[in-house]
Design a protein around this ligand. Structure first.
Ligand code: S3P
Length: 175
């Protein structure tokens, strides 16, 4: 089975994904890392040198490619992955694939992302915590429509990655 984690930046897709993969004894894949390897560039470099549209096309192509193979894994996507082109349909229509939305409150996302915003081109220009929280509020409102179409919506607030992974296993019947 493939498990695809979607959700806003800072919702814990990578940390939860690693724990979940370990629990399920299947490999962990990270979409941003796959893209960085293909391009031999970091995500900020790709945005800066090639632009966001280039990145979104690459993201779409990489999701399509990963989900077209028959192997099992847990995939952590980027925060924008399901919101562009047909990437969400690819995930929802892929055989043996469960898409999980890690839903976290704006305050939790804001606190986590403020210290890590440098690595994220969409928010790296926001200088205060207040400006970041305002941005997340608007952005999440736009993106929730996509995220909420996941097969499973999991409350991913301040709990540990282990607790959230366990919740996915139980609610997703993945025992
Ligand atoms: C993005 C999220 C990032 C990365 C890129 C764009 C987004 O991934 O793909 O910076 O559009 O929300 P994370 O969600 O892992 O931070």
């Amino acid at each position: 089975m493939k498990i695809v984690l979607i959700g806003y930046m800072g919702s814990g897709k990578t940390s939860v994904g690693k724990v979940l993969a370990e629990e399920l004894k299947i490999p962990f894949r990270d979409l941003d890392t796959e893209i960085e390897m293909v391009e031999s560039k970091s995500i900020p470099e790709i945005f800066q040198e090639k632009g966001e549209i280039y990145f979104r096309k690459l993201e779409n192509r990489t999701v399509k490619d990963l989900l077209s193979h028959d192997n099992d894994f847990v995939l952590a996507t980027g925060g924008g992955t399901p919101c562009y082109a047909n990437s969400l349909s690819i995930m929802l229509d892929a055989p043996n694939t469960l898409t999980v939305y890690l839903k976290a409150p704006i305050s939790v996302l804001g606190n986590r992302l403020f210290l890590e915003r440098e690595k994220r081109p969409l928010i790296s220009h926001l200088e205060s915590r207040e400006a970041l929280i305002e941005f997340i509020g608007i952005h999440l409102f736009e993106r929730s429509h996509f995220y909420n179409q996941a097969g499973l919506v999991i409350d991913a607030n301040a709990d540990s990655p282990e607790e959230i992974a366990q919740r996915i296993i139980e609610r997703g019947g993945l025992h």
